[in-house]
Design a protein around this ligand. Sequence first.
Ligand SMILES: Cc1ncc(COP(=O)(O)O)c(C=O)c1O
Length: 398
Amino acid sequence: MSSRLDGISFGKIVQIRERLLKSQATGKKVFRFESGDPSFSVSEQVLQGITRAAQEGKTHYIPNDGIPELKKELKLKLETRNGIHLPSADSIFITNGAMHALYVLWHCLLEPGDEVIVPDPMWTEAVENIRLAEARPVPVILQHEDGYLYRPEAIEAKISTKTKAIFVNSPHNPTGAVLPRETLVGILKTAEKHDLHIVTDEAYEDIVYDAKHHSLAALAEQEGFDKKFQERIISIFSFSKSSAMSGLRVGYIVAREQLVRERISKLLRCTINGVNSIAQWAAIDALRTDRSHLDGMLKEYRTRREIMIQALTGIPGLDIFKPQGAFYLWCKIDPSLYHRLGVRDADALSSKLAEAGIGSAPGDSFGQHCEHAIRFAYSCGTAMVREGAKELSAVLRK
Ligand SMILES: Cc1ncc(COP(=O)(O)O)c(C=O)c1O
């Protein structure tokens, strides 16, 4: 039997979610702050697209790398919205969400024993997929006092002869930090200097509040980086957050390097042989949906962010970070808080909150150097955020 999977966790957040769902099934009120699933419906246009695709019989096998109609539309989106200019749509690969994109990419890029530099904290699955490819994630510890910036100097200090790639995620899950242009350009310079690949996960590209999101591949073009180096930047995007299509499972990889493209194609064939055809047609409708759908969601996210911040401000021992993007409130915990609430650590605090019907994700679900922290997602409905924030505040202020 293969032991490769034995080192991979079951995921603490999944376990907390299951606990809350069980409570909910017994009639208890629960507040779903543990996971980041947009509460919103897909746009009317996407709904119609799903029906139309089904009625038109778009239910057969489709091209392995994605339907040409979607890839063509994405090429245009990348040009106009991200500033990424591709020679052709052949550099775009449709995946079963950004999660599957990460699985595929790490398997295409890494040999056993290779190293990838990652931010710590980081959304677990990005890192677990590196381990699944038998490579080693090397953490760069992000500091609360430094606004959770992923600094080029700190990345450079971790580069070894085994380093293959730098992983970047902005807007960042779990902190909500958005990297400014100069930091991103610094990361590009570091990667170029050391001849490394960059894998940039931009799943939250559209969920930004007080900051501007820059696509690394676009910056490399604008700043005139060497063309060969530009080919080493691999971007990952998703429809899950931008279009609230998390259950439809559509993401995509943008990769230009010939060998990487060939490998992606082979792995897509052997893992999924094409993403659900109806979801791909719906994704075209998502791209054509009026911007007001996204603006409506952003307005609600801003409201929820304020509610959460207000509810949790001034709690002794809890230091909140105001997110500039994504939909998570990341709080640093001073051990005095555990003492006051009679819990051992953040895990025990998360468990105590789950007992009260409140979801959360303890810091150590996101890395090895962030155990004194906790994340609250505000992607569930605004009414739930309003009520849950009050309950949460009451428990934490006791
Ligand atoms: C940083 C990051 N990347 C990727 C994903 C996966 O998104 P998808 O639903 O497209 O698989 C998530 C999901 O929460 C995420 O937080």
